[in-house]
Design a protein around this ligand. Structure first.
Ligand SMILES: NC(=O)c1ccc[n+]([C@@H]2O[C@H](COP(=O)([O-])OP(=O)(O)OC[C@H]3O[C@@H](n4cnc5c(N)ncnc54)[C@H](OP(=O)(O)O)[C@@H]3O)[C@@H](O)[C@H]2O)c1
Length: 320
């Protein structure tokens, strides 16, 4: 397969490392980041990839864009660019162009699916391409596979803690840090997105919730999710623990009323949603009076890259 990496930060580089370590023989034609890219129609060698992982691509990069990559003839784009929930751009246009040009996509970026799930699926069908995205929600734990497996069943609701940064900040506040210090620590430890509101005000969790709800045919977008600002009172968070509860950022999709929200709420300390800290996430699905739950790691980038490689292998199986 001829592939291009779009985005060459933590996840993109870890993906390139995996291609080398696992001896995957796909032809990497191009690597593109925000300020240019490198293009080799005759495929990059493992030693080229190693050099780019080590030094970045900018020493050799040229001014190039998506059209150049598509013109070079690729079967799939591996996308790991930052989210852009305000306008959706340039992410949305990138997905639409690739899919409608017949280029399949493997992505860890949630933007396109969160803002126009139905449109991207339609573009994929029209372009005879595929889009694989198991790395977008709880990468490392097969959350999307689980929810997909419930398609056609009478699911009542999905409730989930889906954002590692908020988990981290809330845990630090429980331990005695002020909200301001806890957020600053999350930024210093590079846990938070550069704009921490994406995590704290629920954009990230809302985007993941939308992707999950679409697995069950809800046809929703991030604009349908009611997001609440991270306005927790430090003392309330600490008091909740004494009462056997924890304050968590919970994403809820009520499948009957079609209402979706991300909000800070108290949950019983013994519940799966409360049991996760840091990079761990959890989902509870109410179905027919019972609860199905799943708990596991989300990132870090190496695990996310591994899931993307599994998606690429799946794509190859579907095509050949
Ligand atoms: N890190 C994780 O564990 C993890 C887990 C699950 C999902 N994700 C998602 O995966 C994506 C990538 O995460 P990351 O940690 O790898 O981010 P990152 O380290 O910030 O890397 C982002 C890369 O995208 C490039 N880029 C930005 N805008 C671009 C554009 N318009 N066209 C082409 N390239 C562009 C950046 O270029 P420059 O180098 O020039 O800035 C950089 O190479 C994000 O959407 C994130 O939410 C990450």
């Amino acid at each position: 397969m001829r592939i291009s990496l779009i985005g060459f930060g933590n996840v993109g580089r870890d993906f390139a490392k995996l291609l080398i370590r696992r001896g995957v023989d796909d032809c990497v034609v191009a690597i593109m980041a925000s300020k240019g890219g490198v293009l080799r129609r005759d495929c990059m060698k493992a030693r080229d990839l190693s050099r780019y992982i080590e030094n970045g691509i900018y020493g050799e990069s040229m001014d190039m864009g998506l059209d150049d990559i598509i013109d070079a003839g690729i079967d799939a784009a591996i996308i790991s660019i930052p989210p852009s929930y305000d306008t959706g751009e340039p992410n949305l246009s990138m997905y639409r162009k690739l899919l409608s040009s017949g280029v399949s996509v493997v992505t860890s970026d949630k933007t396109g699916l969160a803002l126009d799930f139905a449109g991207l699926m339609a573009a994929a069908v029209k372009g005879d391409a595929n889009i694989e995205y198991r790395a977008t929600v709880m990468a490392g734990t097969p959350a999307i596979d689980l929810v997909r497996g419930l398609w056609g069943r009478e699911v009542n609701s999905i409730k989930a803690t889906l954002n590692a940064t908020t988990n981290f900040v809330l845990t630090k506040i429980e331990e005695g840090l002020s909200r301001k210090d806890a957020v600053e620590l999350a930024i210093r430890e590079k846990l938070a997105e550069p704009d921490p509101r994406i995590d704290l005000d629920g954009w990230d969790a809302g985007a993941k919730l939308v992707i999950l709800a679409n697995q069950l045919g809800l046809n929703a977008t991030l604009r349908d999710v009611k997001l609440s600002r991270f306005d927790a009172d430090d003392e309330r968070i600490r008091q909740a623990i004494k009462a056997g509860r924890r304050v968590k950022q919970v994403a809820v999709a009520d499948m009957d009323s079609r209402e979706m929200a991300v909000t800070l709420m108290e949950v019983d300390a013994s519940s799966p949603l409360a049991s996760v800290s840091g990079n761990y996430n959890a989902i509870e699905i109410r179905i027919g009076g019972d609860t199905v739950s799943l708990r596991g790691p989300a990132g870090p980038s190496a695990r996310t890259a591994e899931v993307m490689l599994a998606d690429l292998l799946r794509l190859k199986r579907a095509i050949h």
